[in-house]
Design a protein around this ligand. Structure first.
Ligand code: C6P
Length: 421
């Protein structure tokens, strides 16, 4: 068996470009026809496909050493624990955390954001304190704060988004004051693709004494992340959007903050001791990982970040920037199609609407041409409302997508136009 530390935590040399043919070969699922047309999978913001190394790592875990972690005195449990903790180290290194202990495994970004709101929020916020978010949050970075508001009486403030979809740092900073205790924002908007100016916002937030919670669900799969350079005190991510399995994600939390936070779920493995009178907690991250964790999924996430590391995130970002530029230019040529969100700093997510055709009809028709996209509000209803819409069509790109697939989408949209006039 390959030594765990070598496979997941050793530094990896970057490459200069992305060899998309090689990448595609690692994703057998892409090699199929849908309704007699080659599959063009452009729904990566919802969930991405899984490469062979991830499937193999998970399969190896089940075939060779599966066991519960942190509990067993037996050899298999020790091996499983080593792999599980190596995955934590790999995630830490991937996003620039100072220590592996700053990574809490969660079910996904949603659970990570709820953990911050319910643990940090309940312990450190009180009536009259303010949580500042933006108009283009995913519901996962709105609803937990609303629940906290309704429970303890904090105020939720919302920073605007400009007509072109960009969020100006000065607009967010203008809403900060001495009562601002949390500034929560997406790294990259799932609805519009906007990349937010996190470092400038974080610096101002820290100056008023607030902590910065970054929803990195769409950041981690598409751009090199350095939580310390971003100024993120918390950073949430989901494995399934970054070519890893479902059911696993992570919360990065600055060590001093995690250490001061109470657990938000109780159960096995998060305690130091239990009597009927009183229980005491382990240190982070275990304090926040009650019960048997998603062991094999965490190992799969470790393999996914090792895979992305091998590709080199700079090469990933450059490849996706090319796809964004090409898709924007190609879709702009279609009469009656309007792109929503043209922020100067933007990831490869293209949201659009078409005259006459409802987003769901567009999605259904392009599916018949083998193109998988998402149509709807993308769990960002306030963002949709800001642009006077109830839904958009969204094409979201990843490491294995090609310009030919953009053409396939554009041709399918030409057909939509023919149908709807
Ligand atoms: N966005 C999309 O189609 P979970 O479900 O916990 O893995 O991720 C939630 C989440 C949080 N923040 C952002 C910015 C996201 O994009 C998502 C998931 C999917 O856009 C499903 S709604």
């Amino acid at each position: 068996m390959t030594p765990v530390a070598d496979t997941l935590t050793a530094p990896r040399a970057g490459t200069t470009g992305l060899d998309v043919d090689t990448v595609r070969a690692a994703f057998p699922v892409l090699n199929q026809e849908i309704y007699g047309r080659p599959l063009a999978y452009l729904d990566n913001a919802a969930s991405s496909q899984k490469p062979e190394p991830v499937v193999e790592a998970m399969s190896a875990a089940y075939r060779q050493y599966y066991s519960n972690v942190h509990r067993g005195v037996h050899k298999l449990s020790q091996i499983a624990t080593d792999h599980f903790e190596a995955a934590r180290s790999a995630v830490a290194r991937f996003i620039g955390a100072a220590h592996a202990e700053e990574i809490v495994f969660t079910r996904g970004a949603t659970e990570a954001l709820n953990l911050v709101a319910h643990s940090y929020g309940r312990r450190f916020l009180q009536v009259g304190d303010e949580v500042l978010i933006t108009t283009i949050e995913h519901h996962s970075n709105i609803v937990p704060w609303q629940m906290l508001r309704d429970e303890i009486g904090i105020t939720l403030r919302v920073a605007p988004v400009q007509d072109d979809g960009h969020v100006a740092a000065e607009d967010v900073i203008a809403l900060m004051n001495a009562r601002t205790k949390v500034v929560a924002l997406p790294h990259i908007s799932n609805a519009l693709g906007t990349i937010l100016p996190v470092p400038a916002i974080a610096e101002a937030a820290h100056a008023v004494g607030a902590v910065v919670v970054v929803d990195g669900c769409q950041g981690a799969p598409h751009t090199a992340v350095d939580v310390q350079a971003l100024g993120a005190d918390f950073y949430a991510l989901s494995g399934h959007k970054m070519y890893g399995p479902t059911g696993i994600g992570a919360l990065y939390g600055r060590w001093d903050l995690l250490e001061a936070m109470p657990p938000y779920q109780g159960g096995g493995e998060m305690i130091a001791s239990v009597t009927f009178e009183k229980s005491t907690w382990k240190k982070p991250p275990h304090r926040f990982e009650a019960g048997t964790p998603a062991i094999v999924e965490a190992i799969g996430l470790g393999a996914a970040v090792a895979y992305l590391d091998d590709l080199d995130m700079a090469a990933v970002a450059a490849h996706e920037a090319d796809l964004l530029a090409y898709a924007t230019e190609r879709l702009d040529r279609i009469d009656g199609l309007r792109i929503i969100g043209r922020a100067p700093e933007k990831a490869a997510i293209v949201s659009f609407v078409m005259d006459q055709a409802h987003a769901h009809d567009v999605g259904t028709i392009v599916d018949r041409a083998g193109v998988a996209i998402r149509a709807g509000h993308h769990c960002a209803q306030p963002a949709m409302e800001r642009f006077g819409l109830s839904a958009t069509v969204r094409a979201s790109f990843g490491i294995y997508n090609t310009r030919a697939e953009v053409d396939q989408l554009a041709e399918a949209l030409d057909f939509v136009k023919e149908i709807f006039g």
